[in-house]
Write a protein of this length. Structure first.
Length: 252
């Protein structure tokens, strides 16, 4: 990958990019409808936007990029759309994995894997396994993911620990619960971007986004690119983060 391009704030002072950017890639369907195209075409163009975004994030020196690729609630969509989305995910892993690996990207998946079709399960494992020693951009793919479900899974693991006698109830802390999330080492996102103009989290990274800066962009996901990412980062850099205190500070 090329040298990270410095991200400039409006005053022209170079400041660091957020370490972790998480994106709710929304608006594929509306992008397609606006052009009289099938929703599947919106999703297909959404994958192209994803490729551009991964490249741009790497070039900007962002450490972690988390993307919401399929929510635990997306199973309620029509079967044909679910099929299209799963085909695209399979294709994305099969076609893009070698290149991601070549670009030193490490891939991790969060979400419920139990119950997925065996070949999809294997593909997700393969993506993680092949790239596990890479130390470039960390690409976290949230698949079959819901923030509430993730917190419930963590609570179940903590409950097991209490039942076995390894933990007393008063020993349960936020740090401990966090340690039982799908990917305990995942840092909190500094910036959560949602495209399409909708302004909600829709069950995405509920635990981790407690102090994230939220930026909502009026662009449909298939039109997202490096410039849109840059504009969200500039907006982020204008924010003052206080984490409940009085002083502005950076993430720890
Ligand atoms: C939201 O658009 C997007 C999704 C439900 C999934 C995002 C999927 C992709 C970008 C393509 C597949 C991803 C991978 C990793 C291969 P929407 O359908 O909710 O749009 P709408 O709100 O306009 O209907």
């Amino acid at each position: 990958m090329s040298e990270p391009a410095p991200v400039l704030d409006p005053a022209g002072i170079a400041s660091g990019p957020p370490s972790h950017v998480a994106i709710i890639m929304d608006g594929n369907g509306r992008w397609a409808a606006a052009r009289g195209l099938p929703r599947s075409e919106g999703h297909r163009r959404g994958v192209e936007a994803l490729r551009r975004t991964v490249r741009a994030a790497g070039d900007m020196g962002i450490g972690v990029l988390t993307i919401f690729s399929f929510s635990a609630e997306n199973w309620t969509r029509p079967a044909s759309e679910i099929r299209d989305l799963l085909i695209l995910l399979r294709r994305f892993i099969r076609n893009d994995l070698a290149q991601l690996h070549g670009n030193n990207v490490r891939v991790r998946i969060i979400g419920e894997r139990a119950g997925l079709e065996p070949d999809l399960h294997s593909l997700l494992n393969e993506a993680e396994e092949l790239t596990k020693n890479n130390d470039g951009l960390l690409l976290v793919v949230a698949f079959n993911y819901g923030g509430r479900q993730e917190i419930v899974r963590a609570a179940q693991r903590v409950a097991e620990s209490v039942r076995s006698g390894a933990t007393a109830p008063h020993e349960i802390t936020a740090d401990m619960l966090r340690g039982h999330l799908d990917y305990p080492d995942l840092p909190d996102p500094d910036l959560v971007i949602r495209t399409s103009g909708e302004q909600r989290l829709s069950n995405f990274l509920l635990w981790q986004s407690a102090y994230s800066e939220l930026v909502f962009l009026p662009v449909y996901w298939p039109d997202f690119d490096g410039a849109a990412l840059q504009s969200a980062i500039l907006e982020y850099q204008r924010r003052e983060r206080r984490f409940g205190g009085l002083e502005a500070r950076t993430a720890s």
